[in-house]
Ligand binder design. Structure first.
Ligand code: BTN
Length: 250
């Protein structure tokens, strides 16, 4: 049970990327088990698909959680993390939606993202779950949707804003709890929770391979493997994270 594990916390003022820092720490045997890195700022934060993740000092949550497990063990892990983070933010009535596979949205704008990376170390397989959340306003449009970004400060008055450490602890606990549940129940643990926050559902979408449209259709939600289903003129097609990307058809 991951929720029973002791979490080794590392807090940094500045780092290249919390994911890279934690990956190096595991590779070099400086940490083992469950570890979390929280940074005030990143100089080379990374998003999915090689994109840059920008966060001004103190303006966002830059958090990575290291888990002693292989990525293949839970291919729907990014969805599980999205549900876990959404649940934390909803206690403050932030209207979170999840954009498959790894984006957190509020009012159709990007609030945060998840970047999961797995590798082997001398001690076995490790998965690093990177979570970025905008706390203060940012002026970086989301490259995939072309829409703007939003931040927690749009939903929470400064007086109610948790400290980064407090927010990080709540997020880590929630992620560990949902992973524990998914380890027992599989994707059933999060299927309904993801689906009711699914921002694509029943929207017209186009599926692209490096910017080239492959097919279009209606977004039908995730399947039992965590792939995304699109209803096309040729029938239902599954899109796997990392292979193709989905965009709302305008
Ligand atoms: C995305 O939306 O493409 C994923 C963004 C993930 C950003 C976080 S911030 C903490 C961690 N460290 C990184 O370099 N990236 C992730």
């Amino acid at each position: 049970m991951l929720t029973q594990a002791e979490v080794h916390w590392i807090e940094l003022d500045s780092v290249d990327s919390t994911n890279d820092y934690l990956s190096r720490a595991y590779q070099q045997g400086r940490v083992s088990g469950v570890a979390a890195v929280l940074a005030n700022m990143q100089t080379a934060g990374r998003g999915r698909g090689g994109r840059v993740w920008q966060a001004q000092p103190g303006s966002g949550l830059c958090l990575s959680l290291g888990l002693p497990m292989a990525g293949l063990q839970m291919p729907f892990l990014p969805l599980c993390v999205g549900v876990a983070v959404a649940q934390v933010l909803e206690q403050w009535n932030v209207p979170v939606h999840l954009k498959w596979p790894n984006d957190l949205l509020a009012d159709q704008q990007k609030l945060g993202g998840v970047l999961c990376e797995s590798f082997q170390t001398g001690q076995g397989a490790v998965t690093v779950v990177g979570i970025g959340l905008n706390i203060q306003p940012v002026d970086v449009p989301d490259a995939l949707s072309g829409r703007g970004a939003t931040s927690l400060s749009n939903y929470l008055p400064a007086s109610s804003m948790p400290s980064s450490r407090n927010l990080a602890e709540q997020v880590v606990f929630s992620v560990l709890r949902w992973i524990d549940m998914a380890s027992v129940q599989g994707i059933d643990a999060i299927f309904a929770e993801f689906t009711r926050r699914d921002s694509w559902l029943h929207n017209p979408v186009q599926v692209e391979d490096q910017g080239v449209v492959c097919f279009t259709g209606e977004a039908m939600g995730i399947d039992r493997q965590g792939a995304y289903l699109v209803n096309t003129e040729q029938g239902l097609r599954a899109v796997h994270a990392g292979d193709l990307s989905l965009r709302v058809r305008l």
